[in-house]
Design a protein around this ligand. Structure first.
Ligand code: FES
Ligand SMILES: [Fe+2]
Length: 444
């Protein structure tokens, strides 16, 4: 038996002079947790909570409820009457039903259970339907006030829908204290002018761990092997054994890794920039001269469920007629889907949450060129322990499976989007072949 007042302190994480410690007290759960993870110039100031791009604007149609989740918390995105984006917890404040099966009428969300209707700011506009007003008592006003949607701040910018995620939805948006700047994520902040580019994009939902996908996109070595036959770059293939000089820049806003070929004649290979919590930006050259920018957004939907939005900006082939004639969009999508399928082969085997734990230096070899990955894991570990995002909305075997069965945009298992895109390529090729033949027949 422990003595009265017995406490024990355990160091959970230590990196250099930074540590996170928990103190346990007799017969109680964790009582204190202290992090000495202080901000210095080479540490990222944002943690796992904050601004995420969760959906591209084109996927959120008027009149539709778009169900998704963040760190296991079920949420809904939709547009109100004015077309403004709203992000609310998928939980009716009346009796806790999901809005799945509900409706959107003139921008108001309607619960499928008793028909509760909620305006854009989250107020219930038909309380009489929910409260049997003839039997109300003195608590009516208090009760009525509590029937209010739980929401998160939401911004639409440059064709992305961003939400400010804290794990604690609030009834009044004004009560959020916004601690990180959305501007930090925007390519313009790094010197790009996205208006000079055209872009293609795809959105994919994976059944795998979120943190591993980011790791995958920070790992340049794998592209020579697993994507060696897919990436349309003569320097990227299975035969190439290339070594790089890597320059890493770390500051409060990002981890930037610039790879230059050791063979000086070849010059720069790529620059990869991780902008927490979920964005990666890839380009070559300087922001002013880059011919392309790839923006990859990673959204932690739930344990072993993650979404990726990839947008490929390009300065070349911007003529709409030509790009449509050459099926540029579909061919670009085909490459994206093939790359995703190749990555998924590996990602689905790397389930950090239940089996693998964090990368430990002694278990997995991180070499010089993987340093950016190590910095990323250091950031992830520190933030995971400090902000505990996965513990804010925990799931258990009793969690309602309606959320687990939520439709995913592109479950890679069935390859539906890839097949759809391939069909579109085939149909368009047939049409392009038939038009001149038909023309010749007419002339004859
Ligand atoms: S649970 Fe939604 S209106 Fe009753
Ligand atoms: Fe990959």
């Amino acid at each position: 038996m422990p003595e009265e007042g017995f406490t024990t302190t355990k160091t959970l994480f230590r990196q250099g002079e930074h540590s996170v410690e928990r103190t346990y007290e007799e017969n109680s759960n964790v009582i204190t947790e202290e992090s000495s993870y202080s901000k210095t110039s080479d540490q990222l100031s944002s943690g796992l909570l904050g601004w995420y791009s969760v959906c591209s604007s084109s996927l959120l149609k008027d009149g539709e409820l778009n169900f998704f989740s963040m760190f296991n918390e079920p949420l809904v995105l939709y547009r109100d009457k004015e077309g403004r984006v709203r992000c609310v917890k998928d939980l009716c404040p009346h009796r806790g039903a999901s809005f799945q099966g509900g409706a959107l009428k003139e921008g108001d969300i309607i619960c499928p259970y008793h028909g509760g209707r909620f305006s854009s700011d989250g107020n219930c506009t038909n309380l009489e339907r929910l409260t049997c007003s003839h039997i109300i008592d003195s608590n009516y006003n208090n009760y009525a006030k509590r029937i209010h949607l739980y929401q998160y701040p939401c911004v639409e910018k440059q064709g992305y829908i961003y939400i400010y995620y804290t794990g604690k939805a609030k009834t009044d948006i004004k009560d959020f204290e916004i601690k990180s700047s959305l501007e930090n994520l925007v390519p313009e902040t790094f010197g790009f002018d996205t208006s000079e580019y055209s872009y293609e994009e795809v959105c994919v939902d994976f059944k795998c761990d979120w943190s591993r996908i980011i790791e995958n996109h920070l790992d340049i070595l794998h592209i020579f092997w697993i994507h060696g036959n897919t990436i349309p770059d003569k320097d990227v293939n299975r035969e190439a054994i290339t070594s790089f000089n890597q320059k890493i820049k770390r500051d409060e806003k990002h981890i930037e890794s610039k790879y230059n070929h050791k063979d000086k004649e070849k010059g720069e290979f790529i620059t990869v920039k991780f902008i927490p919590p979920g964005r990666i930006c890839i380009y070559k050259g300087t922001p002013e001269t880059a011919r392309y920018i790839q923006i990859l957004d990673h959204i932690p939907l739930a344990q072993n469920r993650a979404r990726v939005i990839v947008r490929h900006y390009r300065k070349f082939l911007r003529n709409k007629v030509l790009t449509s004639l050459f099926l540029f969009k579909q061919l670009q999508h085909r490459i994206f889907y093939r790359i995703f399928s190749e990555d998924y082969l590996v990602l689905k085997t790397q389930t950090y949450n239940e089996q693998m734990g964090f990368i430990k230096k002694d278990k997995i070899k991180l070499l010089g060129e993987d340093k950016a990955i190590q910095y990323y894991w250091d950031w992830y570990k520190a933030s995971d322990l400090k902000d505990t995002p996965w513990q804010l909305n925990p799931t258990s075997s009793n969690t309602n499976s309606v959320y687990k069965d939520m439709p995913m945009i592109y479950p890679p298992e069935n390859m539906s989007l890839m097949e759809q895109n391939n069909r579109s390529i085939l149909i368009n090729l047939v049409i392009r072949a038939l038009v001149p033949i038909g023309f010749i027949i007419l002339l004859i």
